[in-house]
Write a protein that binds this ligand. Structure first.
Ligand code: AR6
Length: 512
């Protein structure tokens, strides 16, 4: 296959993109849970500190912040008492048993149920620890690891020092926290402590949010759930051995109406593109990687889903914090997950997915201390009937969604590092691979960003896409022409693929 070699494109931006120092970011919409921090590669052990580390926990019990289990406003409906001292008591008891090497899975289950005052099925958790783990693994987990998870949850008020903001629809906000803060939030999710997010108790304000608590992951289900749980428990094991000291950011972005291009008039030329079958998106470095997302970020990661998004979130569990803070995505919105570390290796996919041991993530860090890992969550449309994707209303929706995700932020070229995507919307969401390829090529060209297209083993797609790209480049096609191809293809709904339609229709015959 012709085309520029992958390595050349990837090395367009070998350094993490330049970003302003934290104290220079004076935008209200950037919320920091840590004090201004500057990463210094010669002092790698320095760790960011919580924003209010000298004061007591600053609680905000409202519908723009995560309602935290440590809030004094969190009251038991059963007895009218503040819940946090009761939870602390339960977790401290469990921790004591862990430290004495006497804690059992039964103790863990009882602690969770008492903390949340409800009964859960936790067959999957029990099966993994009691039946699958070796004696050595079980005793290490039930003593060292579980004890540390208790400590992290018990100290969430000190470590986080304030309630994280919710990233609500249209808010264009970001939240930046240390990996340690993320770990303490995930420890609370491990014990299912976040209030009003589960089952019949979901508050109206959380209707459009995921449930970040792990109760559904513990519930009995297909075998791959156990493998996902192995990845998440492995994360806790890793951070118990050594707490990572970096920073992560979740950023919500809505493409403004005025930034939506007139696709049919855009004179932007086609972007540079490279196709690869062998590499997975997460293995392509120094790019903006695409998460084939659900509008509820994370999709089925804590239930039974096990495709691209879910796998990514379990091998990089800090991404699960997004379930806690992100409201459902609107059609013109995306979420960036920056700096999340990868902890697990895996093999297989969907029902063959398997945890495959530790993964050491040695990516460079930017000046905020975030790993050079940029993921953008964009949710394609689910087409129950495949036919419904061939109309311009659907296509415009997908173009806007892709452009929101691909949009280059900042004026410098370093904000426009390449995008690594692939069969977005074409697995669980039933899209047409060729149609999505043209849509994503149009959006990346409009955003003026190089494209690396990972076809995930689909050689046919590579062999058919490259000649189409070559044909278009040869005719100096622009974004407007891709748009017209899409329009005429859908209107004619010819009995051929869009690639065949393009190859038999010269750009000059498209009209204006
Ligand atoms: N790298 C590159 N390509 C991949 C990878 C990878 N690591 N993994 C899968 N593919 P899918 P969707 C290819 O079904 O259709 C989730 O539940 C592979 O060809 O994950 O957008 C979300 O939460 C696969 O068939 O994405 C949503 O609910 C194709 O990408 C929903 O699925 C599509 O992957 C999104 O479904």
């Amino acid at each position: 296959i012709k085309g520029p070699p992958l390595e050349v494109l990837v090395n367009i931006c070998p350094q993490p993109p330049y970003i302003k120092d934290m104290q220079d970011v004076r935008i209200n919409n950037c919320i920091f849970m840590i004090r201004p921090f500057k990463y210094n590669p010669t002092n790698r052990s320095r760790e960011p500190v919580p924003i209010n580390d000298n004061t007591r926990y600053v609680d905000t019990w409202d519908d723009h912040h995560v309602r935290m289990p440590c809030s004094l406003s969190y009251i038991s409906k059963r007895n009218g008492q503040v819940r946090w001292p009761i939870i602390c008591n339960l977790l401290s008891n469990l921790k004591r048993k862990c430290d004495n090497h006497t804690a059992t899975v039964e103790d863990l289950k009882r602690t969770i149920e008492n903390c949340v005052e409800r009964h859960y099925n936790m067959d999957c958790l029990e099966h993994l620890i009691n039946e699958i783990y070796s004696n050595e693994q079980r005793s290490y987990f039930m003593s060292n690891v579980l004890s540390s998870i208790c400590t992290l949850a018990l100290n969430v008020d000190i470590l986080c020092s304030q309630s994280p903001p919710l990233l609500r629809i249209g808010s264009n906000r970001s939240v930046t926290m240390s990996q340690r803060q993320a770990a303490s939030l995930l420890a609370c999710a491990f014990f299912c402590l976040f209030p009003y997010r589960t089952g019949s108790k979901v508050k109206k304000e959380y209707e459009n949010f995921q449930n970040p608590n792990f109760n559904t992951l513990y519930q009995r289900g297909p075998l791959e759930k156990i493998e996902k749980l192995k990845c998440i428990l492995h994360y806790f094991e890793r951070i118990t051995r050594q707490m990572p000291n970096g920073v992560i950011t979740f950023r919500r972005y809505a493409l403004p109406d005025q930034a939506s291009p007139k696709w049919g008039k855009s004179t932007k030329g086609l972007t540079a593109m490279h196709l690869t079958t062998a590499r997975k998106i997460e293995d392509i470095e120094c790019v903006l990687q695409v998460d084939f997302a659900n509008k509820y970020i994370g999709g089925g990661v804590l239930t039974s889903g096990c495709v691209q998004e879910e796998i990514r979130f379990v091998i990089c569990p800090e991404m699960l914090v997004s379930l806690l803070v992100c409201e459902v995505l609107a059609p013109n919105e995306c979420i960036y997950l920056i700096g999340c570390e990868r902890y697990s290796s895996y093999r297989g996919y969907a029902n063959t997915f398997k945890y495959a041991g530790d993964y050491l993530d040695d990516k460079a860090k930017d000046n905020w201390g975030r790993k050079w890992s940029h993921l953008v969550a964009i949710d394609a449309t689910y087409f129950r009937e495949r036919e419904t994707q061939y109309n311009m209303k659907s296509i415009k929706r997908e173009l806007i969604k892709a452009l929101a995700g691909f949009h280059a932020h900042g004026r410098t070229a370093s904000g426009a590092f390449p995008i690594a995507t692939g069969n977005w919307g074409c697995g669980a969401f039933n899209g047409d691979r060729q149609l999505k390829a043209i849509i994503q090529l149009a959006a990346a060209s409009e955003a003026v960003r190089p494209l690396i297209y990972a076809t995930y083993g689909d050689k046919n797609l590579i062999e058919s896409f490259y000649p189409v790209y070559d044909y278009l480049i040869g005719q100096r096609a622009q974004v407007q022409h891709l748009y017209r191809y899409l329009d005429q293809y859908c209107n004619g709904r010819l009995r051929c693929s869009i690639f065949d339609f393009i190859l038999r229709t010269p750009v000059s015959s498209l009209g204006s």
